[in-house]
Design a binder for this molecule. Structure first.
Ligand code: SF4
Length: 684
């Protein structure tokens, strides 16, 4: 039995986008355990090693507890008043020298909905610029663009619960067993005990692949060709849903014409996937009664990532497997806890909360009425453009909230250059990260176990975040920091509490009007769209019609185009980056939580043939070099990767993995091509 002085706080995991419901157990103001909630809508009593155990970072002696300001080249502790004065003076100077567009902010998928809402309101209302973006730019921005174009809404079409009905799972470019372990386990359960057939499409032998009926291993960067090959077979073998295509879809003649060029034998040449395997996979998906597509960053983080999402969506549309009882749609696995919510709240340079375009006078005037301010109409800068602007001298104040961009953004040498020349860089951070070390002002921030608000998880589900602890020292939530900076500039952002911010967001964005903290406290989780407080949100979308202008699902006839880099004699291997199970993104929290005992370094997976060719020994240090930079890793030799391909994670900034990755980015959304970098390796 729990001791009477024990407090249990129900909250949502702040690591990945699955959104497990957790109970944080505290006694005398200290965290004693984090337990998975048995009635959690997604996790049902389960959690992975990160949500369950990776909370030692909370009491790390490295936590920032007071503001820091750069003086004579050194960061020194100061009072909040002085730090805020420095931020306000720097912002005023930037505006005086370059106008409102000289200020930019990078918001965070780690922050709550309410904080993201406030960031974009601060930029638009207080500063007068649309220069606000969030780190979904680096992961799922192609999902937002691709799913919106195909179906109408910027989110997955179906919910996690729909996956429980699926009799076929097509898992593409995702490794849920490591990156989204609770979903990975549920998918596996569906296969092992629910009779679902499984097709995995991934260059690597990821965990789920060993249970797959078919494992397709396309060369990195060839997803569009692979999907077109599957679509070709669906049409050629009469597996398409003619009635759905006639009444609910658009674009079949153009796609059918394009697909003539994607016969299985040609797709083999483009992707390396044998024709027989391609045909088998297409038959499994096309013959299923309730197929589902689940995908990850292996689809989006490409030069043609949005095309990859569209090509995947084509498969569901061809089979009538979206917006119907027949299928379970297309579901992106979001990487960070609040990737979906950060964009939903309008922390984007071209969209207001709820995805009204800033260029649309109707959407602007609705927000203007709620905010009582005139809004800028020109779309703002995306994250890579902010760094380019800083290097060019047009961005003169950059506020980075909860991101270690020097560790996580591609071609990171160039990112560091941008920060070094920008006159004012402000960071909200838990730790003195590589990015914070280059800042002019560092503001100590609260973590997900110390703040109040909500997240939107991977299946568009709002869930509450509640503080189990107080932040250390004088650290504050990003929500409070935003209010304080606004006040220092003589402005009032309104909505004093997070609950007020979500309520106000619902007035600017009708799609969220039915969601409130009160309702979330009562019901636990509410999916959007939810325009009415008296009606449930829509977990499964498009039953009546699609949310496109003509109400139809749109097929995309996008040709396959090669990735930005190809291996050559100098750089003969293709590097793919991703996550490992024990750590999370830049590792700032998991590396300080005891997870080092599980994995204490980044390593490079390479095939035995390549190890022999380049003289690399198992467990030995290896230097990896690309056209952009160099990193040092430990080699791990095995068959998880194919010959000619290498893989590593990016959890240890010291190894410098993102010095290797290129500046190539999705042509539609600017999402970096983390999944294809040409490299060579040599013993260190
Ligand atoms: Fe947290 Fe994701 Fe693990 Fe669930 S699966 S406990 S949300 S990290």
């Amino acid at each position: 039995a729990a001791r009477p002085d024990t407090v249990r706080t129900r909250t949502t995991c702040g690591y990945c986008g699955v959104g497990c419901t957790l109970e944080a157990v505290t006694r005398d103001g200290e965290l004693t355990a984090v337990l998975p909630a048995r009635d959690g809508p997604v996790n049902r009593g389960h959690a992975c090693v990160k949500g369950r155990f990776a909370h030692g970072f909370l009491v790390s002696p490295e936590r920032l507890t007071e503001p820091l300001v750069r003086r004579n080249g050194r960061l020194e502790p100061v009072s909040w008043d002085e730090a805020l004065r420095r931020v306000a003076d720097g912002v005023r100077q930037a505006v005086a020298e370059g106008g409102p567009d000289a200020v930019a902010a990078i918001s965070s998928a780690r922050a709550t909905n309410e904080e993201n809402y406030l960031v974009q309101k601060f930029l638009r209302v207080v500063i007068g610029t649309n220069n606000v973006d969030n780190c979904s730019r680096l992961c799922h921005s192609p999902s937002a663009a691709g799913l919106t174009a195909a179906f109408g809404h910027s989110g997955g079409t179906d919910s996690f619960d729909d996956l429980e009905r699926a009799d076929c799972l097509l898992v593409v470019g995702a490794n849920p067993a490591e990156a989204h372990p609770v979903v990975g386990a549920r998918l596996l359960q569906r296969v092992l005990h629910g009779g679902a057939r499984l097709v995995v499409a991934d260059p690597r032998a990821v965990g789920l692949a060993q249970h797959a009926d078919v494992h397709l291993r396309p060369r990195p960067g060839t997803n569009v060709a692979l999907c077109h090959g599957l679509a070709h077979v669906l049409l050629a073998e009469g597996l398409a849903d003619e009635e759905f295509l006639t009444h609910r879809a658009k674009g079949l003649p153009e796609l059918a014409s394009l697909l003539e060029d994607y016969r299985p034998d040609r797709v083999f040449e483009l992707t390396g996937v044998p024709a027989g395997e391609l045909v088998s996979a297409a038959r499994i998906y096309g013959r299923a009664r309730r197929p589902a597509i689940v995908y990850g960053l292996g689809v989006t983080e490409h030069l043609h990532g949005t095309d990859g999402v569209r090509a995947l969506a084509n498969l569901a549309i061809l089979c009538g497997a979206v917006g119907t009882d027949h299928g379970c749609g297309v579901i992106p696995l979001r990487g960070q806890n609040n990737v979906q919510g950060a964009s939903d709240m309008g922390a984007l340079p071209d969209f207001l909360p709820g995805y009204g375009r800033v260029a649309d006078p109707g959407a602007r005037s609705r927000a203007e009425e709620v905010w009582g301010a005139s809004l800028p109409e020109r779309p703002g800068l995306r994250i890579p453009e902010m760094f380019a602007g800083a290097r060019a001298g047009t961005v003169r104040a950059l506020w980075i909230i909860g991101e270690d961009v020097c560790a996580t953004d591609p071609d990171s040498n160039r990112v560091a250059e941008a920060l070094d020349v920008c006159p004012l860089v402000v960071c909200n951070e838990l730790f003195l990260s590589g990015t914070a070390r280059r800042a002019d002002v560092v503001l100590p921030a609260a973590s997900w176990l110390e703040k109040d608000g909500s997240f939107v998880n991977f299946d568009r589900r709002f869930q509450r975040v509640r503080p189990a602890l107080s932040p250390p020292g004088s650290a504050r939530s990003d929500f409070d920091i935003l209010h304080a900076v606004a006040r220092a500039l003589g402005a009032d952002l309104g909505c004093p509490a997070p609950a007020d911010a979500l309520e106000e967001c619902g007035r600017t964005a009708p799609v969220f009007a039915g969601v409130s903290h009160t309702r979330l406290d009562r019901e636990g989780a509410v999916p959007w769209p939810c325009p009415d407080p008296g009606r449930p949100g829509e977990a499964k979308l498009y039953r009546e019609s699609f949310a496109t202008p003509d109400g139809r699902a749109h097929l995309a006839a996008v040709p396959y185009l090669p990735p930005g880099e190809q291996p050559d004699d100098d750089y003969p291997l293709v590097l793919v980056t991703g996550r490992r199970w024990a750590h999370y993104n830049s590792g700032s929290m998991t590396r300080r939580s005891g997870n080092l005992e599980l994995a204490s370094t980044d390593w490079l997976d390479l095939h035995p043939d390549d190890a022999a060719r380049y003289g690399v020994g198992d467990g030995r240090p290896v230097v990896v070099e690309s056209r952009h930079g160099r990193a040092r890793l430990i080699a791990r030799i095995g068959h998880e990767v194919s010959p000619g391909e290498v893989f590593c994670a990016f959890h240890f900034p010291a190894s410098g993995v993102n010095r290797l990755t290129s500046g190539h980015a999705d042509t539609v959304t600017s999402c970096p091509e983390y999944k294809v970098t040409a490299v060579h390796v040599a013993p260190a």
